[in-house]
Design a protein around this ligand. Structure first.
Ligand code: APR
Length: 237
């Protein structure tokens, strides 16, 4: 495999979906300035007040499904990179929206879960879910009641597919981080993992320097819909 056919790993965060109309978490007016993490995004919050947690995710799911939220040119550029690049391209997203797959990306890992799925605490089945999820909801697989939760990773829980992600980071020749503030681990540490593997060029594409900006060799700053298609064009040139 020649140097420029080495695989590409792309980490994405809320910033890539911002221009599709979805709020980020830590920007001014972002989700974590509207609600407290401890109230809606921890296993303890779900035990204490499942109605509140379900209402928070129901509102987000309904926005995604009913408000005509569609992929933007940054999502589409990454899907076309996967189709046209001679090596493998993998997206590891922290986002629970479905905009990468809607844009056509196939090699996609949802490390923080998916808003349009639910998971049963009894039988562990993962089921498609696009409507509101009630507290007393019966699991479609095992019929247990009160056991269905959003299939999302909360604070204090282990992100999904970490073994596979570490393997991809070990082997990639280019690591790109897009639209993430670099506040949440383990995703925030992927850039160092890719660098430590010794063969990766590392690039940050973000509105502004992230918390981990100094770990990247290169950066482009601006709105994702401008800088992502431009960078994809550079790679494919
Ligand atoms: N284009 C590019 N970057 C943008 C844009 C945009 N249009 N808008 C905002 N950004 C950048 C911000 O400057 C910020 O650095 O995107 C980043 C968003 O950061 P966060 O809100 O912290 O989102 P993210 O990094 O994805 O959060 C990580 O935190 O609460 C958890 O589970 C949640 O997956 C999420 C994780």
């Amino acid at each position: 495999m020649s140097e420029n056919e080495k695989s590409i790993v792309i980490l994405t965060g809320a910033g890539i979906s911002q221009e599709s109309g979805l709020d980020t978490f830590r920007d001014e007016g972002g989700i974590w300035s509207q609600v407290r993490i401890e109230d809606v995004a921890t296993p303890d919050a779900f035990r204490r007040d499942p109605e509140r947690v379900q209402a928070f995710y129901n509102a987000r799911r309904s926005q995604l499904v009913r408000s005509n939220v569609t992929p933007n040119s940054a999502h589409r550029a990454l899907a076309s990179l996967e189709q046209k690049y001679p090596g493998d391209v993998y997206i590891v997203t922290q986002n629970i929206d479905n905009l990468h797959e809607a844009a056509g990306s196939r090699n996609l890992i949802h490390m923080h879960g998916e808003l349009l799925k639910g998971r049963c605490l009894d039988c562990a089945d993962i089921v498609e879910w696009s409507s509101d999820m009630g507290v007393g909801e019966a699991c479609p697989s095992c019929a247990s009641k009160n056991k269905l939760r959003p299939h999302v990773v909360w604070f204090g829980e282990m992100p999904l597919y970490m073994d596979e992600i570490c393997r991809l980071l070990d082997e990639c020749g280019l690591f790109i981080s897009i639209g993430t503030s670099g506040n949440v681990y383990p995703a925030a540490g992927f850039v160092q993992h890719a660098r430590n593997s010794g063969n990766s060029r590392t690039v940050e594409l973000n509105m502004e320097p992230s918390e981990g900006a100094t770990f990247f060799e290169e950066a482009r700053y601006g709105p994702a819909t401008g800088i992502v298609p431009a960078f994809v064009k550079e790679i494919l040139a």
